[in-house]
Design a protein around this ligand. Sequence first.
Ligand SMILES: [Cu+2]
Length: 490
Amino acid sequence: MKLGVLGGMAAALPVRAALSPPEGRVLDLAGKHGHRGAPALVSATVAPAVTPFSRALTIPPVLSPVRSTTDTDVYRMAIKPAQADIFPGLKTDVLTYNGLFTGPTIKVRSGRRVVVEHTNATGEPVAVHLHGGHVPAASDGFPTDTFDPGAVRTYDYPNRQPGATLWYHDHAHHKEAEHVYRGLAGFYMIKDDYEDRLELPSGAHDVPLMFRDAQFDEQGQLVYAMGGFRARTTILVNGRVQPYFRVKRRKYRFRLLNTCLDRDLAFLLGADGTGEMVQIASDGGLLPAPVPATRVPVWPGERVEVVIDFTRYATGTQVMLVNDRGGDQGTREVLRFDVAGDADDDESVVPDVLRPLPDIGTPTVTRDLAFKMDLATGTFLLDGKTFDPARIDQHVKLGVTELWRVRNDDLRPAIPHNMHLHLAHFQIVDRDGVPVTGHEAGLKDTVTVPSGSTVTFKVRFDDYTGRYVYHCHLLEHSSMAMMAQMEITT
Ligand SMILES: [Cu+2]
């Protein structure tokens, strides 16, 4: 997909702000408030006012299976337009799974099979990808493996992987960014016995937090313009603007997920930014050992889990969760914890050892990959090409350990990219020769690759053959085909 608009404007505008929606694409998903005639440039809008920290955080409900057998739970989802309660007194048109803005959470035990029957009640083809899922190719939500309005599609998830925070979201080629932006994302949590025995905070003290940015107009309607990330100055946490969350003086586990299309986040605790968070898990589940931190970056698509111990704070204390990457437009103070009293029931712990990394062996194959935008044509390229579903970019042997060196050649302008692999989790070896720390030392499926740098990781593709994509997880880049395909064979 080419973006011809760049020619005359690139000199005057930051490149990504200058990108228009793809030519000929009409955004018509949100009913009467849909944006026909796709705006070429982003105009600023003023979102309805919200009194900061006046509304409680909502937790996405856990979906119940429609039926279960000894080894399988079957779920049903309708992908459909709905209205969300984001601004008091207003209804915001969104796209949803089951009518919920922040889709319902699917919770499953490792090893127990899940089948999800999705009905497409939107006006466009959709595909559902389980991000972080180790799944057969037919259930991976390949970008061109879409199902049409009115159709039903069944996805089959074996869940033969350790406990981890996954998420499901739309992956329809060229439309994934807009579909996710309008609401098609939800949590999918895998739990396992090993993790249970660690006695980390659980139940109501294990809290998923989905962070995303958005642009709203005066009526509280979502405004979507591809490339318009600078105007997305409202941050939502589980679908609410600047909510508060009442906590007891005890430990809580928070599953942080960034579903912004472009915006990276970095969390600090407390107005002075010195509060300690203990990182316990990454994209692929538990870290080898807990890693205390005062600043926790989370890039689009990534998950980082932290434990916060509120016994350090007196009852009545208000503890701000601050986005250190935010500016002065409400993107900085994103969530407030209100410490509301003692807990006499906290027997949770953070053990010194969590889960050792699996030994995936020594790489015998090396691949070099590069992200680079073509400024002349406005195309987003992976290894010099845009995505072509008819072309195989990498031929991979099942069960062979590989070394991937992923480079970002976008130096001027400096554009970050973010590598996401389907099917497998990888272990980062280094970033420009320097070993990584914190949650990046765990199992990853998404990793940021800053301008001019190279991230090297080792990975082994196991169990399933077939075609899977890998792509930039700044979803507007993948929507513009910064994506490629591997075929795994025996
Ligand atoms: Cu990118």
